[in-house]
Design a protein around this ligand. Structure first.
Ligand code: ASP
Length: 433
């Protein structure tokens, strides 16, 4: 059986086991014990195996990508095009989300009693988010991208800082004599190769890791809340599904030249990994392997676009933010005017760029957006109970959106032939193991 199939099986079995445990024995001690002592540790080990590769992978692949692009002007052009695509696709998905909330109006019927009950239950969690949350908008947002110390940036998983340093470092390598740069490039190539092997090993754990992660979420999930917030959940999930089936499919066809059927078949492992980890960062290693082996995208492009995308390109999150802010505004009876809604779209796109690619990474930023349209930031408490499930869904889109960007940039900047994706057999990708 292919690893690919085993991962999906792990996901399905884990979800079935978790839901059954939740239904048959809600709040039972043994279910919690199983989660705490078996399922969660197994899932966390898998997650950490992936995460431990992220810093060296991002550094090696971005530096090599930039150095491989050659001169600085080309780096600037490719970077500009990449960023332009990120903004465009995120704006599209945020607009779709906002349109849906306006049509369905999921927040209109949410009565005061339920609202207060949810606020009371999740208030402490929301306060915790706010305490550790974002500082708001201002020049510091840009200043902070430049790290004081690249090692500290790496140690703190400050991805934007690490990426910034890697871009400058890679560009510098093209500016010194070639014979001086070569040893460093060879070292980074070897580092990259070895890290890919580590990812291979980590992915062998994926089927049981994924089982553990999903078991923990589903066995503890408050299904009641899901039904109470059903309309909101359906708008988010429906919006994400429409954006994937229509938006991303059209984008990858028009910009990347890849047939949607081929794209989704090949992107499947990334989608499932994004779904089960809820983290773009943790999915990055898989995403790079999938781009190179399944789509035959040149490593210098995959290594440049995908790490940027994991941090900055979050289509699913942009849609989610737009829907959530408007939903909560509806719950509090704030009718947002059209210009205010346009403002929400802009903020959703910007904050989706700033959100960290970790589970719940966008929540502190949503609070900032809520405040800027006059809704109480702590009202995020209302949706915290269902957030994890929605996080899984939006992260799947975040990571597949990155793949569409890689197809587009490879085609326009590296002469990549989309037909080579159909010919690539995925050999060497974790899933072929
Ligand atoms: N979990 C998301 C990601 O890693 C970020 C978020 O929307 O919370 O892509």
């Amino acid at each position: 059986m292919k690893l690919h199939t085993k991962i999906v099986l792990g996901l399905a079995l884990g979800a079935a086991a978790g839901v059954s445990a939740n239904v048959v024995a809600p709040d039972a001690g043994w279910v919690r014990w199983l989660g705490d002592n078996v399922a969660n540790p197994v899932g966390q080990i898998f997650l950490r195996m992936l995460l431990m590769t992220v810093v060296p992978l991002v550094f090696a692949s971005i530096t090599l990508g930039v150095a491989g692009l050659g001169d600085i002007r080309k780096v600037g052009r490719v970077g500009g095009r990449t960023l332009g695509y990120f903004l465009f696709s995120s704006a599209l998905s945020a607009i779709l989300g906002l349109t849906l909330v306006n049509v369905v109006r999921p927040g209109a019927g949410l009565g005061g009693a339920l609202r207060d009950q949810l606020m009371a239950t999740y208030r402490t969690q929301a306060q915790g988010l706010q305490a550790g949350g974002a500082a708001g908008f201002g020049p510091d947002l840009f200043v902070n991208i430049v790290p004081r110390n690249p090692i500290a940036a790496a140690a703190n998983m400050d991805m934007l800082g690490l990426i910034f340093f890697a871009i400058v470092f890679g560009a510098a390598l093209t500016l010194i004599p070639e014979d001086r740069a070569r040893p460093m490039l060879r070292l980074l190539e070897a580092l990259g190769d070895a890290i890919v092997k580590v990812i291979d090993i980590a992915m062998k754990l994926a089927p049981i890791g994924v089982f553990g992660l999903i078991f923990v979420v589903t066995s503890r999930f408050g299904w009641q809340i899901l039904f109470q917030l059903l309309k909101y959940v359906l708008v988010v999930v429906g919006g994400l599904a429409i954006y994937a089936a229509v938006g991303l499919s059209i984008l990858v066809r028009v910009f990347g030249g890849v047939r949607p059927g081929v794209f989704w078949r090949k992107a499947w492992t990334s989608l499932v990994t994004g779904f089960s980890t809820s983290s773009s960062n943790a999915t990055l290693p898989t995403n790079i392997a999938v781009a190179e082996k399944e789509f035959a995208i040149p490593p210098k492009i995959a290594g440049f676009v995908l790490p940027l995308g994991a941090t900055m390109n979050m289509n699913g999150t942009a849609l989610y933010e737009g829907v959530t802010v408007l939903f909560l505004a509806q719950v509090f009876g704030l009718g947002l005017t059209l210009p205010q809604q346009a403002f929400v779209i802009v903020l959703s796109v910007i904050t989706a760029i700033g959100a960290a690619g970790v589970p719940g990474g966008s929540l502190p930023l949503i609070m900032v957006v809520l405040a800027s349209v006059g809704a109480p930031p702590e009202s995020i408490a209302i949706i915290l109970g269902v957030d994890r499930i929605l996080d899984m869904c939006r992260t799947s889109l975040n990571v597949t959106g990155d793949l569409t960007a890689a197809c587009y940039i490879a085609r326009t900047e590296a002469g990549w032939d989309p037909a080579s994706a159909s010919r690539a057999n995925g050999e060497g990708v974790p899933q072929a193991a």
